[in-house]
Every structure is written in C-alpha cells, then in structure tokens.
Design a protein. Structure first.
Length: 424
C-alpha cells in the first residue's frame, strides 16, 4: 500500500503550463477533446436511432453534423499541432510559441463544441459555432502562411501545398457556415465533401509523403526507396478529381457516361496506390507495428478509390447509385483514421520522451485493430438488406471507445513534463 502511494506521489501533477510548452501539445489535446466529444455524441445518436435513447431533438441534421465534425472538427487541430512543431524545421524558420497560437486553436475547438450543442438547441447557435471555427482556421492559416513566406529554404513544395489546402479549408468552412445559416443543408454537405478531398486528404498525403520515409527508413529498408514525386502527384490528382466530382454529381445532371468515366479514373488511380503498398513492404512491415499502421492506412487510400470506382461502374450499369457511403468511410475511417492514429502516436511519444516501443505498444496496436474492425463494420452497414443500424451502432461504439481510451492516455501525457530533458 505504501509503495502504491509513493508511486502515485511520484507522478508529476497534470498542469496547463505543460500543455503550453509546445504547439503539438496544445493542438493535440484540443483535437483529442473534440474527437472524443464527437465520438460519444455519434454513438448516442445511434443508440437513439436504435430505440435505446431518450429521443433526441435536432435543429440540424445529425448526418450533416457528423460529416462536418469528422471532416473539420479534430483533424485540423492535429494538423496544427504537427505543422507548428515540424513545419518550422522544414522551413528553417523560428516557430511560434504555443501561447501565441492558443487563441486561434481555442476559438477553433470551441466553435466545434458550440456546433455540437447548437445542433440540438438552435440552428443559429450551430451556425455561430461554425463561424467561430472558421475565424480560428483563418487565423491558423494566416500564421502558417507567414512562416512559409519567411522561409528561404529552396525546397518549400510540401509546406506550400499544405498552405494552399488550408486556404481551401477556410473557404469551404465559410461555405458550410453560410449554408447552415441559410438552411441549405444539401449545399453545406457539398462544401464538407470538397473540404474532405481538397483540404484534409491533401494535407494528410502531403505530410505523409514527407514524413513516412523518415519514420520507416531505419526500420524497413524499402522505405528509403519511397518514390516521392509520383506518389504525391497521383494522390493529389485523385484528390482534386474527387473534389471536382462532388460538384459534377450535384449540378451537372448526370452527364452521359459520367459514372463510367469516373469509375475508370478512380480504378486507374487505385492501381498504383495499392501496388505501392505491396511493393513498399506491407507484409514485411508487420514486424514493425508503426510501419504496419502506416502501410495499412495508405492501403485503405487505394482501396477506397477502387471501391468507389467499382461503385460508379455498377451504378452506371444499373442506372442508379450503388453503395455511395462505402468508399467514403473506407477513406475517412480506414485511411485517415489509421494514419491519424499512427502519426499522432509517433509524434506524441517522440516529443514526450517515450521509448520507441511505446509508439505502438499493445494498447495502441489493440486500438488500431479495433479501428480496422469498426471500419469494416461501418462499410458493411451500407450494404442493402444487411442489418445496417445494428452494425452502425456497434461501429460507433468501437469508434467512441477507442477515442476515449486513446485521448485519455495521451491527454494525460500532454499536461505533464516530458520524461526526457531533451524533449518538449
């Protein structure tokens, strides 16, 4: 008993001053809060739909609330934490202190919590939350743009692409806010989908293109041969095509053979991406859990495009939509969720002084496997004549559970000093 009490007494006290030591601590902590809140809320919605809830009322469609949160809510906060920590090193400039970007990050996170509350209480309140988040994102984008402009590094391609993607995100979020205020939920959804491809996916693949070889070169030798240029441009081209396709589908009136053309293009883009995951050492990477997480996340990118291509071709043949939500969740939960779990875990452990095995220890690896199960269940829930609501509820339960465990673990670390004096 005395030993237990001494162990507890030796644990450093959690304090906000430790959160403000570095930008990634603040950005990641706020992202974890929004992520956990959105996960628990979505599970509550599914319970309510299954007949086990209190009968929730909605001022905004819960599907739109969910889509906006999953696209905009927590991902940009993770981006900011990473970019204001690693970005200045890429650019050879002095990065901002966490306290100087805190107003923008707090406004952004607070806006999404207000959006969540307003979605049940009042549409104007929900739109105000979106507007607050848009202000925060604009402040963040301008701050990062100043870092890029101040740099004299000869190679600024990756940061410049990220900066342009953030600008797209600002415009799309403003569009979502205006659409919600006007009661145009269908238009708001188009802006959300545009931001998914033109903002979130672009930032993810750009940062991954820069960082994955660094993460894996010492562990998996084939990662040293990562073909940087063509991978980046293929994925960016696919993202641009999907962002444009959102508006073609909505306003072009189903042009002749458009679904055939889209399906062929998506399948063509998926082939090299799936092939890369295999050539990249997917099987061998399972010896190193972190690399397996990154490889499987990237594999989901190719699979989501392949699934969308098949869906479009079947829809073209049948003259109707076919499984439109399956490829969307293969991308968001499978690809982006897996990459988020892997990369945030890697950065968190590295900057809090944890040893390399902790990056993907049994707890993190178990959460990653649960995420794969949740993704498969969410995709299965889109299949006609299958028990969609029960599958969706279980998927939401797994998602909310792993976000709480993951966020609780790392949230405790962000508010305590690093275990290494050389790290922040």
């Amino acid at each position: 008993m005395q030993t237990h009490m001494l162990g507890r007494a030796a644990q450093p006290e959690w304090h906000w001053r430790h959160v403000l030591v570095a930008p990634h601590r603040l950005g990641f902590l706020l992202a974890m809060i929004v992520l956990a809140a959105s996960g628990v809320w979505w599970f509550a919605v599914q319970l309510d739909r299954s007949g086990f809830g209190p009968g929730l009322s909605y001022a905004v469609s819960p599907s739109l609330v969910h889509a906006a949160l999953m696209t905009f809510g927590f991902m940009p906060l993770f981006f900011c934490g990473f970019l204001f920590t690693a970005g200045p090193r890429w650019l050879g400039v002095r990065g901002p202190q966490a306290i100087t970007i805190a107003p923008a990050l707090l406004a952004y996170a607070g806006g999404w919590l207000l959006w969540l509350a307003g979605s049940h209480l009042n549409r104007a309140l929900a739109a105000t939350g979106l507007a607050l988040a848009a202000v925060g994102l604009t402040m963040i984008t301008m701050r990062f743009a100043r870092l890029v402009a101040a740099s004299r590094e000869p190679d600024r391609m990756h940061p410049m692409i990220v900066g342009l993607a953030f600008a797209v995100g600002c415009l799309c979020l403003a569009g979502v806010a205006a659409s919600v205020m006007a009661g145009a939920d269908a238009l708001a959804r188009l802006f959300v989908l545009t931001a998914l491809w033109g903002f979130v996916v672009v930032v993810f693949v750009t940062v991954a293109n820069r960082m994955i070889p660094f993460f894996g070169s010492s562990a998996v030798p084939i990662a040293k041969a990562w073909p940087e240029s063509w991978v980046l441009w293929v994925t960016l081209g696919a993202a641009f095509f999907e962002a444009v396709a959102v508006w073609v589908d909505a306003f072009a009136g189903d042009p002749p053979n458009w679904r055939l053309f889209r399906g062929v293009m998506e399948l063509a883009a998926s082939v090299p991406l799936v092939g890369l995951a295999v050539a990249w050492g997917l099987v061998h990477s399972f010896r190193i859990r972190l690399m397996a997480m990154l490889h499987l996340g990237f594999l989901w990118l190719g699979l989501s495009l392949a699934l969308s291509g098949v869906s479009q071709l079947l829809g073209w043949a049948a003259g109707t939509s076919f499984l439109p939500l399956a490829p969307l969740h293969a991308m968001t939960m499978g690809c982006l969720g897996s990459l988020m779990l892997a990369m945030v875990s890697r950065v968190t452990c590295a900057h809090t002084g944890r040893p390399a095995p902790v990056v993907a220890d049994n707890l993190v690896w178990s959460m990653f496997l649960l995420l794969q199960v949740a993704t498969l269940l969410r995709i299965a829930a889109t299949v006609p004549d299958w028990p969609g609501q029960p599958l969706l509820t279980i998927a939401a339960l797994l998602w909310s559970g792993l976000t709480l465990i993951w966020g609780g673990r790392y949230g405790a670390w962000y508010g305590r000093p690093s275990t290494s004096p050389l790290r922040r």
